[in-house]
Design a protein around this ligand. Sequence first.
Ligand SMILES: Nc1ncnc2c1ncn2[C@@H]1O[C@H](COP(=O)(O)OP(=O)(O)O)[C@@H](O)[C@H]1O
Ligand SMILES: [Mg+2]
Length: 434
Amino acid sequence: MFTHSDLSRLQAQSLKMQGFIRQQTYSPESEKTLRRFSSWEVSELILKVNQSTLRGRLAADPSLPQGVVEEDGRQRWYSLEEINELRRRLRIGKRSLTPPRPANKRAIRAAIANFKGGAGKSTVALHFAHAAALDGYRVLAIDFDPQATLSHSMGLSDVAEEYTVWGIMARDLATETERMNTAARGAESGTALPQRLLPQAITEMGLAGLRANDFIRQTNWPTIDIVPSCANAAFVEFASAQYRHLNPEWSFFAAVSRFLDALPPDAYDIILFDCPPAIGYQSMNAVFAADVLYIPSGPGYWEYDSTTSFIGQLSEALEDLTRFNGLVPAGTLSLPKVFLDLRFLLTRFEPGNELHRAMQQAFVKVFGERVAQHPIEMTRAVEQSGRFLSSIYEIDYRDMTRETWRRARASFDRAYDEFRGNLTTAWDQLEDEA
Ligand SMILES: Nc1ncnc2c1ncn2[C@@H]1O[C@H](COP(=O)(O)OP(=O)(O)O)[C@@H](O)[C@H]1O
Ligand SMILES: [Mg+2]
C-alpha cells in the first residue's frame, strides 16, 4: 500500500538523480545553435527576390553581408543576423524588404489553444515563431504548458519554476494585492477596508522585486525570446487555486496581460502563446492576453468533437470572468474579453485522405470563414524534425530529400502567410499607443 509519503519519497529519490539523468540524456555540446541559410533559401524562400538580382546587388556593394562558403560548393550561407541586415539595407525596385508593422501599435498577441493534447499546438507555435523570425519579425514566445515542449524545442531545458508563467502569476498576485491594500488604506475613513495578507511563502520569494525582463530568456534564434516553462511548473494550477482563495478579488486571469503591458510596446512585433492541454489558470491567462485566437485541430471526428467541447468550455470560462467587472480599476482591462480574430486551423491533414477531406468540409460547413484556408499537412519531414525538437525551418534541407523538405516547408509557409495576413488585419484594429 502506498500513500502520499511514498510518492514524496520516490520524488526525493528522483530529484537526487535529476542532474545525473540530465547529463546522461543531454550532452553539454548539444546546446542548440541556429544553422545558416543558403543563398537559394535567402533569395527564393526568405527575401523572395530573384536569385540573380540578389547576387548582383551583393557583388555591387561589398559592404553588404557576404555570408560564408561551406566546403560543399559554391553557394554562400547566411546567418539570420546577416539576412536581417540585408532586409534593412536593401530595396528591390521600390520594395522594402522589412515586414509590415502598423505604426503606433504595440506587439500583436496570438494564442494557439485547444485542450486536446497532440492537436499540434506546440508544432504550430514553433513553426509560426520560426517563420515569423525568418520573415523579419521580432518574436516573443510564451510557453504556458508545463510539458515545456516549446521551451525544449527552443533550446531551454534548465529553467527554474519561479521564472515561468507561474512566477509571473505569483508576482502579479503580490503586486495586485499590495495595490488593493494601498487603495483600501486610502479609502474614506469610517469605511476602513480589511487588509489582505499573503503568506510569507509568497512574499519571501522576492518576486515583487523582479522586472518584467527577468522572465524573458534568449533562444537559439537571435530574434526570438521566450518566457519558458518547466516540468516543475505543473503545480501552477493547484497553487493558483490557493492564491485565489488568498485574495478572491485578484483578477488572476489578467496577470500575463499586465506583464506584457509593462514591456515597451515596440520591444517585439509578434507575441505567440503555446497553451497547455486544459482550460485552467494558465490557459485563461493566455487566452485573456491574446488579441487573436488560433485553434488547431486534427482532422478526425473525435478531434472535431473535442474542439467543439473546448469552445463550449472556453465560452463558459470567459463569461464567468465578467463577474470581475467593477472589481478592477477602470481603464486597466475591459470585460467581456474581445478577440480581434478567431480561427480554426486543421493540422496533421492528409490531402489524399478522403476522411480528412470530408472532415475539412464539415469544419467549413459548421464554422465557415472561421476555418483557416490552408491546413497544416501531415508530413514525415515534420514528424522527423519534431523528434529532434526542431522545426522544418531549422533542419538543413541537405539532411533529407530536398522535395520532402520543400513540401513540408511549403505547407507551413502557406499557413503562416495566411496567419500573417490575419494578424496584420487585426493589428490595424488595435488601439493606438498613447
Ligand atoms: N504536420 C505534422 N506532421 C507530422 N507530425 C506532426 C505534425 N504536427 C504535429 N506532429 C506531431 O504530433 C505530435 C504532437 O504534436 P504537438 O504539436 O506536440 O501537439 P500539442 O502541442 O497540441 O500537444 C508531435 O510528435 C509532433 O511532432
Ligand atoms: Mg504542446
